[in-house]
Design a protein around this ligand. Structure first.
Ligand code: ADP
Ligand code: MG
Ligand code: MG
Ligand code: MG
Ligand code: MG
Ligand code: MG
Length: 783
């Protein structure tokens, strides 16, 4: 969540008259941001950081329950207060942030990581361990910060400590008390305003996991409550048979995730990185799946994503293009100007009537809006001004609605800082209304403040976020201020700090290698949408295939990556000091890249070995067409381009996540990009011929195990957290084959999860992390 403005939040019906004002001034602020930063900053350092979200859970061993703690939120103030005795936070480079749930905290490094040496990547886990320790030190022993993506029995009877009833006016939920919402006025207002704009409660329906005795209906919906008009919604269309029904923002925004932010050197590098990471988002959602249980039911999917999406879906019936519930308003909480002029440009017709050309009284056209504000990205930013220049218009193959007025304004902007792709990106974000406006913050200094821009930007919760810098006083030294960043947002939180560090490092190292090797990952964005749906499926990581750029179309010479598989670490670490060479080794024109050769081999190959680090050399040599007993270099860039036309394989195909992550005979896979980056850029230059330093060896071994974890999840050798939790339920004697998770079973799941987090139960740790990682971790517990 962004910084919390203080003041008086306006109710939706009082705030909507300012909607156009916020958008207009927000765009002025954006233009000023571009004027200040788009051209001036050209060489920012690669910095990055993660965000981990925790739930505080109270555990009662005597009565065998575990519940969400809603009366310890004050620890957030203490955690960040330098006056408080336990506030070791800043000294430890740790920062705590409020989150949507009163039972939640978020923690980040106080200062971003460098990411330019191996130590930086080992430090990530140390920092995460500190965060857990410091927050635990503020809590009694029976209250634990846990990193489960969803709390299994959220919304079932008494699930909070202390107990609270679901009778709150902000959410009007039949299941979630308002006391689970962060006390800061922004959050209940956000919850209520989403409902008021939409004119009904949010409605999320997840398919029940069908088991032998599963009744294919959600029998937890109270039939007789008569507290709010909305109480009848589940019976007039909001709940679907065969599904678990959820009616409140907390079901989504109360879940925990893992986010990573990376800084590009300049805006163009950030755009290329954003685009390159887009096809990776569903892959990492699937690979991090950790949410098979909602509202006390096993569901027939593995992740939180569509739940969060539904939980903040503020679209009216007309925007969603669906029939309203009986007696509900098609236009929801919008003030429609029935006299507004028809204009063909903004035609909106649907089966319920012709609404073409209608505007709100605030002057925004009524549009169909296919997606929630929390959803996958709708368009690439395009690398048109970057050295790669891979983007083609055909990749942006869905046409998301845009705010035409804002698009025109950005394109007409005299500064010419927005090309059509950037203008469309922001014009799409700005189809949304602001959800919370503070009366004290209606008027802002657009030269120095950017709250109006951030108001819209930070309530577009997409798989990726393109984060521009903030505005600064003229003459500020910008070099130490955040620059153009890309945030990677799809991943689910994992149980152990080791896993969270592994996933964070994987994304950061992948981003660094994308910037270095410049692969072409563009596929039509509609294929990424399809992958997002696929990623929701049970065990999608091993059972499904995902669209990805054809392995021969990455615009990389796969020969350059031979030898950089996981065994590279062992060869590098085990080679005697005088025995090895590492780097780009060519033998008779054939690559031994990363294939570390020893003295004996070298003598045999004497005279025919050359060292090179340039990829041009590799291409020209490898196209010579000779054969060799050693790793044959695959096709060069030029040859790939030529053969692509012949075999007409298409630019994208469906692959298993195993192929995408671990590669195949013909194609590097994402892990090899990372290992080559480590070998060439992160192992200190003085060490590239042998691994002298103990310190370095230790770091390399830990990083190797992070990659083994990812690799083994991708190949299915070890389960995802979702798979592990589901099978814990299915195998439990507390389970009755009815898809239900009782209070006692919930307790058991939380206890087992904590035993994994704490690495305190070897059997459970082995189940989750597998033999190799567990053996390593139990012997190298301290990072
Ligand atoms: P938000 O919730 O808006 O995504 P947070 O402040 O919670 O933002 O988290 C931002 C993350 O970005 C943190 O991990 C932080 O360390 C990291 N970060 C801060 N400055 C930079 C920077 N200049 N470049 C990259 N990452 C940064
Ligand atoms: Mg957060
Ligand atoms: Mg945050
Ligand atoms: Mg934020
Ligand atoms: Mg460093
Ligand atoms: Mg974030």
């Amino acid at each position: 969540m962004g910084l919390l403005s203080l003041g008086t939040p306006l109710d939706w019906h009082d705030s909507k008259k300012y909607n156009e004002h916020v958008r207009d001034n927000g765009i002025t602020q954006l233009i000023n941001i571009f004027k200040q930063h788009a051209q001036s900053r050209n060489n920012d350092k690669y910095l990055w950081g993660d965000e981990v979200e925790y739930m505080l859970v109270t555990i009662d061993d005597k009565n065998q329950w575990a519940r969400l703690t809603i009366d310890k939120d004050y620890i957030l103030d203490d955690l960040n207060d330098p006056e408080k005795s336990l506030s070791k936070s800043l000294d430890n480079n740790v920062l705590f942030h409020p989150e949507y749930g009163r039972f939640m905290i978020e923690a980040t490094p106080a200062k971003p990581y460098d990411g330019d040496s191996l130590d930086d990547y080992v430090y990530v886990e140390q920092n995460m361990i500190k965060r857990r320790d410091i927050s635990q030190s503020e809590l009694p022993d029976n209250i634990r910060p846990i990193t489960l993506t969803t709390f299994p029995r959220m919304g079932c009877g008494i699930f909070t400590s202390p107990a609270a009833k679901p009778i709150g006016p902000a959410s009007q939920s039949l299941f979630l008390p308002d006391e689970i919402i962060n006390r800061h006025v922004r959050f209940p207002t956000l919850t209520a305003n989403i409902r008021k704009r939409r004119s009904c409660k949010v409605a999320i329906n997840l398919p029940l996991y069908p088991d032998r005795y599963t009744k294919l209906l959600d029998d937890s919906i109270p039939k007789d409550r008569d507290l709010f008009l909305s109480d009848k919604e589940p019976f007039i269309g909001a709940s679907k048979p065969g599904h678990v029904y959820m009616d409140s923002m907390g079901f989504g925004m109360g879940s925990s995730c893992l986010q990573i932010t990376m800084q590009g050197k300049n805006i163009e590098e950030a755009r290329y990185l954003y685009d390159s990471l887009a096809p990776i988002t569903p892959i990492m959602l699937s690979l991090s799946a950790a949410a098979p249980i909602f509202k006390g039911f096993l569901v027939n999917q593995d992740v939180r994503w569509n739940v969060v999406s539904g939980s903040v879906d503020d679209r009216t019936f007309i925007e969603r293009d669906i029939k309203p519930y009986p007696e509900y308003n098609l236009f929801g909480g919008l003030n429609v100007d029935q006299n507004s002029k028809l204009s063909s440009k903004h035609r909106v017709t649907n089966e319920f009537g012709d609404w073409s050309g209608l505007f709100t009284k605030e002057g925004k056209p009524i549009q169909k809006v296919p997606k929630s504000r929390y959803d996958s990205i709708d368009a690439y930013l395009a690398d048109v001004n970057y050295s790669t220049n891979y983007f083609k218009d055909k990749f942006n193959d869905i046409s998301p609605p845009i705010n035409q007025k804002i698009y025109n304004r950005l394109i007409d902007e005299k500064s010419k800082l927005f090309d059509s792709h950037l203008a469309k990106h922001f014009a799409h974000l700005f189809i949304r209304d602001p959800l919370v406006i503070f009366s004290e913050r209606v008027n802002q200094n657009n030269e120095l403040e950017n709250d109006h821009f951030e108001n819209i930007q930070s309530t577009n919760w997409q798989t990726l976020r393109f984060k521009p810098p903030a505005l600064y006083e003229p003459n500020t030294d910008l070099s130490n201020t955040p620059g153009w960043r890309v945030e990677f947002r799809p991943m689910e939180i994992q149980l152990t700090d080791f896993e969270n560090a592994a996933y964070s490092n994987f994304i950061s190292l992948l981003s660094k290698s994308i910037i270095k090797f410049q692969p072409n990952f563009y596929i039509p964005i509609s294929k990424i949408e399809e992958n997002m749906e696929t990623a929701h499926k049970v065990d999608s990581v091993i059972k499904e295939q995902f669209w990805f750029k054809s392995l021969d179309q990455w615009n990389l010479d796969s020969g350059d990556f031979i030898g950089y598989d996981l065994s590279w670490f062992d060869r590098f670490l085990n080679a005697g000091n005088d025995e090895l060479e590492v780097g780009e080794v060519y033998v008779n024109g054939y690559s031994l890249n990363g294939a570390i050769i020893n003295k004996e081999q070298r003598t045999q190959l004497n005279g025919s070995v050359s060292m090179s680090t340039s990829s041009t050399a590799s291409s020209s040599i490898s196209s010579s067409g000779q054969t060799s007993p050693i790793n044959r270099v695959s096709t060069s860039r030029k040859t790939i381009a030529a053969t692509a036309d012949i075999d007409d394989g298409g630019i994208d195909q469906r692959y298993t996540i195993n192929e995408i992550i671990n590669g195949t005979d013909k194609f590097p896979g994402l892990i090899r990009l990372i290992i080559k980056l480590i070998a060439t850029d992160l192992v200190p230059k003085s060490q590239t011929h042998h691994c002298e330093s103990q310190e370095l060896a230790k770091s390399l071994i830990r990083i190797k195990h992070y990659l083994i974890l990812i690799s083994n999840r991708a190949s299915g050798k070890i389960p995802t957290i979702a798979n592990w939790l589901r099978s814990k339920v299915l195998k439990s004697e507390l389970y009755h084959e009815d898809s239900k998770v009782s209070e006692q079973l919930n307790y058991k799941l939380v206890k087992d999860s904590l035993a994994v987090t704490d690495l305190s139960d070897e059997r459970l740790v082995r189940e989750v992390l597998g033999e190799i990682v567990t053996d390593y971790l139990l012997n190298n517990n301290s990072v």
